[in-house]
Design a protein around this ligand. Structure first.
Ligand SMILES: [Zn+2]
Length: 297
């Protein structure tokens, strides 16, 4: 009902996108940035024109929605469904709900995830840093592919995701790393914490040598020592893993990072109103371009 009230038709959806892209009401060319732009009086796919660079553009120009044939109303509904499904939404469900093909729904999801890709930096701390390994489940794999893998039932093709959680704000940043070397882990920590912010990790060698650093021993079965634990980031991992298992039956390492962005992104805006969450996603789409051929390559 909320969604039907918000976006009953294409005009309301367009008005909403306009208000986000041009908050002060002044139209701005989405190609060159000139404010010397106007609305063309027709129902064209590119209904705006810039007097300076002479080009026609739409509200999708220069955003992750560029080249999409879907209506803005379908996009608004799609964004709503992504921000309100805490365990994420599958392309199959989106395809049914929005009456688009599954392929279109799949591409939509990736474009929306791209909006969550902006990484927080400067977490004040104290922060917890930890890695997790996410793998495919063989039972869900195509038999032909499964035969090429070693025997046994366990997960396979593990991918490492490293994450940081700020204890004060509960904000999370995540990134897929090929190899959890000391150099990469240190680089991750330093590019996301405020300089000198306290950091808690487990005893993995890769974290040795960090400044203002305290470790928690997992191996020795040590009790949680006052502040020295990584329970916050670990609970984020368990949510990500549960959702990965429940929602994404087809495992794809290639897109795992984007799924992880989506989870971290949704987690970070969970205290906002739904409409503000949606606006946050639209703002994150500006300047992003994702091509289908790159995704399936
Ligand atoms: Zn222009």
């Amino acid at each position: 009902m909320e969604l039907a009230d918000l976006f009953p038709n294409e005009d309301t959806a367009r008005g909403w996108f306009e208000s986000l892209l041009w908050p002060d009401g002044e139209m701005c060319c989405l190609k060159c940035g000139s404010v010397n732009a106007y609305r063309v009086k027709s129902g064209k796919p590119q209904p705006y024109r810039c007097r300076d660079c002479k080009s026609y553009f739409s509200l999708k120009t220069g955003t992750a929605l560029a080249g999409s044939n879907l209506t803005l109303r379908q996009w608004a509904w799609g964004i709503y469904l992504v921000v309100t499904h805490l365990k994420s939404i599958s392309s199959m469900k989106l395809h049914r709900d929005l009456k688009v093909t599954q392929k279109t729904a799949w591409f939509m999801l990736h474009r929306i995830r791209e909006a969550f890709g902006d990484m927080l930096t400067d977490l004040e701390g104290p922060v917890e840093v930890d890695e997790t390994h996410i793998g495919g489940i063989k039972g869900n794999m195509h038999a032909k592919k499964r035969r090429t893998l070693p025997e046994g039932r366990g997960p396979t093709h593990m991918t490492t995701v490293v994450g940081m959680k700020d204890r004060k704000t509960n904000k999370v940043v995540v990134r897929v790393i090929d190899n959890a070397t000391q150099e990469r882990l240190h680089a991750f920590v330093e590019s996301h914490r405020r300089e000198g912010a306290k950091v808690y990790t487990d005893e993995a060698r890769g974290y040795k040598g960090l400044k203002n650093h305290e470790t928690v021993k997992h191996t020795a079965g040590e009790y949680v020592r006052d502040q020295a634990h990584t329970n916050g980031i670990e609970s984020f991992w368990s949510m990500l893993k549960r959702a990965h298992k429940g929602t994404f039956h087809h495992f794809s390492v290639k897109h795992l990072e984007r799924y992880a962005y989506e989870f971290a992104g949704r987690h970070n805006i969970r205290d906002m109103d739904t409409v503000d969450q949606m606006a946050h996603v639209v703002m994150g789409m500006i300047g992003k371009r994702l091509l289908y051929r790159e995704l399936v390559a």
